[in-house]
Design a protein around this ligand. Structure first.
Ligand SMILES: Nc1ncnc2c1ncn2[C@@H]1O[C@H](COP(=O)(O)OP(=O)(O)OP(=O)(O)O)[C@@H](O)[C@H]1O
Ligand SMILES: CC(C)(CO)[C@@H](O)C(=O)[O-]
Ligand code: BAL
Length: 282
């Protein structure tokens, strides 16, 4: 496995693979890697001959009062984690290389509609930052496949929409959320939880599962399901940001005869904003 920091060097290496007719997969991350990220790389390995994972804490997707400054940067440990799973290149560009004119001066890729709800409401501009950096990474690496996690369900749908709308010749692969034994979705930000908060955290997935079960059993009053879920989270000690039942693919408010649903939640526990979601087929 090679660590590459420069965009030109990365392009040269990928071009050499391409001359040999090899398929390339890209796994974009912000680092501080856990077993969820490893699963993405393992899947990428199945889908392509060569795998690039990027580690880049993207300033463009953080709001002014968010944790860009304190986000864990653990590049050496990240490289060690990915060494055994067949990663070819760990690409870790500098902010000044990705945004040579500064973040304020950069060209922005914006997906409309899908980004104006859920996390997009609580984090204005967040998805513009995500689609801009993912678009840049796609242009730099020119992968055949991009692999993303379902933990960030809205992000996955936004990226699929960007790829479709901009005719990018890239297959977007989504992977189920990898969880701790107690159900908590693995996330870099779980490291912000105190021991007491960490003990409470699995209640988020448990509450989503209970809401899904209620719908499977026939409940079609989704606002009622949302209210009950928010109350369960508050009682457990969370500060819910949003709790929503949506149509899975485009995040629209579902009608009662909708078949593929996604229940999505974001909730604060101490200084950690946890997100999670589950699917329900009815
Ligand atoms: N538990 C998980 N299972 C599967 N994929 C995941 C998981 N957590 C993150 N991913 C995916 O890994 C990719 C990189 O995500 P990122 O580096 O932001 O990790 P994260 O743990 O989600 O961090 P954060 O806590 O900042 O949200 C994204 O496609 C994301 O959906
Ligand atoms: C896709 C991504 C790497 C873009 O910075 C980020 O949003 C993430 O880690 O999910
Ligand atoms: N995993 C999504 C990246 C973010 O929260 O900024």
């Amino acid at each position: 496995m090679n660590r590459v920091h420069g965009i030109a060097e990365l392009r040269e290496r990928v071009a050499a693979w391409r001359r040999d007719g090899q398929r390339v997969a890209l796994v974009p991350t912000m680092g501080n890697l856990h077993a969820g990220h490893v699963a993405l790389v393992v899947r990428a390995r199945e889908l392509a001959d060569r795998v690039v994972a990027s580690v880049f804490v993207n300033p463009l997707q953080f709001g002014p009062n968010e944790d860009f400054g304190s986000y864990p940067r653990t590049l050496d440990a990240d490289a060690q984690r990915l060494q055994p799973v067949g990663l070819d290149i760990l690409f870790a560009p500098a902010v000044s290389d990705m945004y040579p004119r500064g973040v304020a001066g950069t060209t922005v890729v914006k997906v409309s509609g899908l980004t104006e709800t859920l996390c997009g409401l609580s984090r204005p501009g967040h998805f513009d930052g995500v689609t801009t950096v993912v678009s840049k990474l796609f242009h730099i690496v020119q992968p055949d496949v991009g692999v993303f996690g379902e933990k960030d369900w809205q992000q996955l749908q936004v990226i699929r929409r960007m790829v479709a709308d901009l005719d990018m010749p890239i297959h977007v692969e989504g992977l189920p959320t990898v969880r701790e034994d107690d159900g908590l979705a693995m996330s870099s930000r779980n490291g912000y939880l105190s021991a007491a908060e960490r003990a409470l955290a699995p209640a988020l997935y448990a509450a989503l599962g209970a809401a899904a079960e209620r719908i499977r059993e026939g409940e079609r009053d989704y606002p009622l399901v949302e209210t009950a879920l928010a109350e369960t989270l508050e009682t457990a000690g969370f500060r819910p940001d949003y709790v929503q039942v949506r149509r899975a693919q485009d995040l629209a408010t579902p009608t009662a005869d909708e078949r593929e649903l996604r229940i999505l939640a974001a909730a604060w526990l101490g200084r950690a904003r946890l997100i999670d979601n589950v699917g329900v087929s009815v």
